[in-house]
Design a binder for this molecule. Structure first.
Ligand code: PLP
Length: 369
């Protein structure tokens, strides 16, 4: 072999560090010789409540049609979302998870010679998607672990085409209040696509939710993304969406794979969208779980970053060591050193009451070990 074939890929692709997902239960069981049923996973911000009966019934019914390609336009889900948000169907882009729509933004608006602005400690997909398109990353230092919006606005340069903001942010759980976010949206120049990633929107208290969808009318450069992976409990099916000006949605749809959302995901998401009670209970139980974990962390003398998501990031000191000790006790959480630059913290997803209890007991043991 004269050349390593990977050298044929552009250097900006070769230098991408692979995304580190939460460890699957089966992998931890294999590696540590534990029984799968004795392991709990609190590492990927999934919904511990699973899915509601109506969503399950919709998936069961959709199985009959899996030999056929899905509806490439996702008509039913698109219409349901259009009614829910009061936007025209042409303002919606469906994705294989909201991760997919974030990639579509990068695909449609970034490339070599262009730049994207994002914050230190931001969701890993922003740097990944930016780099995969050969665009330059402008990383703005965080303020109190959260987005420093003034500094982010000031960092926009002539080559900036995209600005990524997660609200709340993962992995810090930090949140920007509606007034501050609206002032920021007004400040970002129209020539920059401003992505507001609201993957954890359903976990916010009502008074903390921004009216981002209403702002779309005034700000054609705004792209709001949402997901069914978190409060709706559909992480495994992969479905999310973006709301944007129809011409932005149109350009994103042109680079979208024709059948990017599978038929089970379409059916499940359409049913889940109507199950307001399921989402309301997910919100309430998450809040209880957050308080439970905060109290436990306080008893252990630990600090945490106040969270508005379905996870909480706790300062444990030597985080990689504590992570490994937790694994031995059958508890999978997420280290956030590396690209996230929080080497002393661990991120834990809010589980059921019993899972949170088990995590806290394992954490107490791991810290003493
Ligand atoms: C801030 C944020 N945005 C987007 C996503 C992507 O989620 P999905 O692709 O499952 O919709 C996540 C997942 O953890 C996230 O934390």
């Amino acid at each position: 072999m004269l050349i390593d074939p990977c050298e044929l890929s552009p250097s900006y692709v070769r230098s991408i560090a692979p995304y580190q997902p939460g460890k699957p239960i089966s992998e931890v069981a294999r590696e540590l010789g534990l029984k799968e049923e004795n392991i709990i996973k609190l590492a990927s911000n999934e919904n511990p409540r699973g899915i509601g009966p109506r969503t399950r019934a919709a998936i069961d019914a959709a199985i009959a049609e899996v030999a056929r390609y899905p509806d490439g336009n996702g008509h039913e889900l698109r219409m349901a979302l259009s009614r829910r948000h009061g936007v025209e169907p042409g303002a919606i882009v469906l994705g294989n998870g909201s991760n997919d729509v974030l990639e579509l933004v990068a695909h449609a608006f970034l490339g070599p010679g262009r730049a994207a602005v994002f914050s230190q400690h931001c969701f890993a997909v922003y740097p990944l998607a930016t780099q995969a398109r050969g665009a330059r990353a402008i990383v703005v230092p965080a303020k109190n672990f959260g987005h420093d919006l003034d500094a982010m606005a000031a960092a926009i340069d002539d080559e900036t085409y995209v600005l990524w903001v997660a609200n709340p942010n993962n992995p810090t759980g930090t949140h920007v209040r509606p007034e501050a976010l609206e002032a920021f949206v007004r400040r970002v120049p129209e020539r920059v696509i401003l992505v507001i990633d609201e993957a954890y929107n359903e976990y916010l208290a009502p008074e903390l939710k921004s009216e981002t969808v209403k702002w779309l009318k005034r700000h054609p450069n705004l792209v709001v993304t949402r997901t069914f992976s978190k409060a709706y409990g559909l992480a495994g099916l992969r479905v999310g969406y973006a709301l944007a000006h129809p011409s932005v949605a149109d350009i994103m749809n042109r680079v979208r794979q024709p059948f990017n959302v599978n038929s089970l995901a379409l059916a499940a998401a359409t049913a889940a969208l109507d199950d307001m009670e399921f989402v309301a209970r997910s919100y309430a139980e998450n809040l209880q779980g957050l308080r439970q974990i905060e109290e436990g962390a306080k008893k252990l003398g630990l600090e945490w970053i106040p969270s508005h998501g379905n996870f909480i990031t706790i300062r444990v000191g030597k985080a990689n060591e504590v992570f490994r000790r937790l694994l031995k006790r059958g508890v999978i959480v997420r280290p956030v050193g590396g690209g996230y630059q929080l080497p002393e913290h661990l991120r834990v997803t809010v589980g059921t009451g019993a899972e949170n209890e088990r995590f806290l007991a394992a954490l107490a043991g791991s810290l003493k070990e």
